[in-house]
Design a protein around this ligand. Structure first.
Ligand code: HEC
Length: 117
């Protein structure tokens, strides 16, 4: 079983960037060349679980009004929404609604979403 899972994981290819991203495409800024590498596996997945999935998981018990189409279960979901995520979480700081994301995490989020795809 464990071996099977391991094989299943190693054949998963990187997600295809969906050009129909919500809120438009993002250009990769020059500072990405010297930025730390931030990935879904080592940071993004955990961040989305902790800060966003309480309301934005497809199976969330209580969404507190989060729209049904705004779901961040997978890396592909997040890529599709990344322009809006940057606006709401990094620029406007209105997501999560109660705030509370620290500066380091805001920087990692921006680096992840702008530089890794
Ligand atoms: C307490 C529940 C809650 C949490 C936690 C939460 N959201 Fe939301 N989210 C909402 C609600 C309610 C809406 C719809 C109202 C609105 O847009 O303000 C929404 C809408 C959104 C939208 C779509 C609206 C738009 O402007 O495009 C995005 C993107 C979003 N949230 C991102 C996030 C991200 C990223 C996180 C985590 C960093 C997060 N949210 C955490 C409740 C939540």
């Amino acid at each position: 079983m464990i071996a099977l899972l391991w094989v299943a994981c190693t054949v998963v290819s990187p997600p295809v960037v969906d050009d129909s991203g919500v809120g438009g495409d993002l250009d990769r800024p020059g500072w990405c060349d010297t930025a730390v590498e931030v990935t879904w596996e080592d940071w993004g997945d955990g961040f989305m679980r902790t800060q966003c999935q309480g309301c934005h998981a497809s199976q969330a018990e209580e969404r507190y009004g989060a729209p049904p189409e705004v779901v961040f279960d997978t890396e592909a979901d997040v890529i599709r929404w990344r322009a809006r995520i940057l606006v709401r979480t990094v620029d406007e700081r209105t997501m999560p609604p109660a705030g509370g994301v620290d500066e380091v995490d805001l920087q990692l989020l921006e680096t992840w979403l702008r530089c890794s795809y």
